[in-house]
Design a binder for this molecule. Structure first.
Ligand SMILES: [Fe+2]
Ligand SMILES: [Fe+2]
Length: 171
């Protein structure tokens, strides 16, 4: 029987018969998908200056990676690689929205990102970008004060770890 499930990381709703193994929107692990009636709305958080700065830096990474992957979609050499970049772009957009909502801010203006012509080099750059994000999220999750910030940073580090794995497609 179809039931509404809601992601505890990004807040998007999934209708289905079974819990998906990943959130189809932000890529969070299936355990983050809860029954819609049990979903907790964290909305805007009351953050101290340190946590706010951490979220702002994270938002900058997400926007930058989102824009980079959009460039990769447009310049992909084949439809297989294009499909991967398309999914990564969408997930980074969801991550940016999660962070902006936690901070109670509008999404900032876009940065311009370029990307290499060659797909192998695109994946190499993706690897570096994901590595940087994972490192940042793990360090910041321990340093953050607010439990929800810690939780979201850990969830995002898990998702970016999967991005890192998929960026090794040509290795
Ligand atoms: Fe999600
Ligand atoms: Fe992300």
């Amino acid at each position: 029987m179809m039931k509404p499930m809601r992601c505890q990381v990004c807040g998007e709703v999934y209708l289905g018969e079974q819990v998906p193994d990943r959130c189809p929107f932000c890529g969070a692990a299936g355990r983050q998908m809860v029954h819609a009636a049990e979903w907790i709305d964290y909305d805007k958080l009351d953050l101290d200056q340190g946590d706010l700065e951490k979220c702002r830096t994270a938002l900058g990474f997400e926007i930058s990676n989102w824009t980079f992957y959009k460039c990769c979609v447009n310049k992909a050499g084949n439809i297989f690689n294009q499909a991967i970049f398309k999914r990564l772009a969408k997930q980074e957009m969801e991550h940016a929205e999660v962070l902006a909502r936690m901070m109670g801010e509008e999404m900032p203006a876009f940065t311009e990102e370029s990307c290499p012509d060659n797909d192998k080099e695109k994946f190499e750059e993706a690897h570096l970008r994901e590595h940087r994000a994972i490192k940042y999220y793990l360090e910041s999750a321990s340093a953050a004060r607010h439990p929800r910030v810690k939780e979201v940073f850990r969830a995002l580090s898990e998702i970016e770890t999967e991005h890192l794995q998929i960026s090794n497609v040509y290795k």
